[in-house]
Design a protein around this ligand. Sequence first.
Ligand code: SF4
Length: 351
Amino acid sequence: MKPSGQLIEFLDRNPLPWLRYDSEKQKLIMVVDNHLMQTYRACPQHYVFGNLHGYAPKSPLHVDNVARVWFLDFGVILHKMIELYYREFRKPGFDPNAWAIERATEEWFSMQMDVHSEHKEYKLIGGLMGFIGLLVQFSVVFSPQNEKIRIIGQEISFGKRGEVPLHIDDDVEIYLSGRMDLVIEDGYFIGPMDHKTMGQFRGDPGLQFETDEGPTGYIYTMSKILPQIVPEDQFLKRDCSKILMNLISKKPTTTPQERFRRVPVRKTIYQLEQYRMRMVNTAFKLVEDIEALAEGLPVYRNTSACTNWHMYPCKFRDVCRQGSKEAELATLNNGFIKAPLWDTEAVAPTT
Ligand code: SF4
């Protein structure tokens, strides 16, 4: 895919953190992650508004001029508490109650989480007391299981240094980026371990992760990185074919055990190669769409997602329903701000 002069000029005028033209190599360099690819696949128009132009809705909730969004804030605080737990739980003086009560309270007030007190999930969890309860239960349920694993690394980022190539040819280099919560060893295999929150468990909560591209990407990544860091005599550990997913129900349950699941997800070499090719295929389509934009053409709109964007109305629906270019721009200028573009190496928590 040779980039046109129009595309190179477009990228010069609109610098993107995940796509650039390297004039020395005379190649496009693309760094993609699961979030980018999933957004693009769900609706290219949404991707253009959010990830190419950086439009984000003005949040109705602000504290000291900072927009506050419950899902982001809850992801950050839970992720931080889990990170602290895995850093400390093996140390002799670790006190799970001090972690779950004192430290969580400190973090909760420091993040002013009570600004979300009217959010329905805040109420579902039960505010600070409910959050403490969730952490106590997390420790009770997972600590015995964690005794069987060895933590090899935490918060492992990969991406722009080209650790995980997806495709390299004469015109384009495509790399995968992301950040893994943990890399663990269970005695036989080394692999990633991730955490996901769900509103509540319905049926088998692990089923959706069998086809989810995110965990597959982590397995793919480890399968590329491991042979470089594990000696050849440890042949079992040089292959990565599974991820451990820790699933957390935000909705309280009758017993702590019902609120958490540790689910292994396995992938064959065939599945990993199919994943790689799907990512490359999507990345090529994305570049084609940017070429189209550079020529002044519109991109595809997935109108079946307008009223159901992850179970909510799409935030750009009011823009897409306008009758003229001017009205679209006016709607964007009135209801949205320009936020920093998603940087595929500055990955936000995934909980
Ligand atoms: S409103 Fe519909 S077409 Fe427009 S960006 Fe959202 S999902 Fe895409």
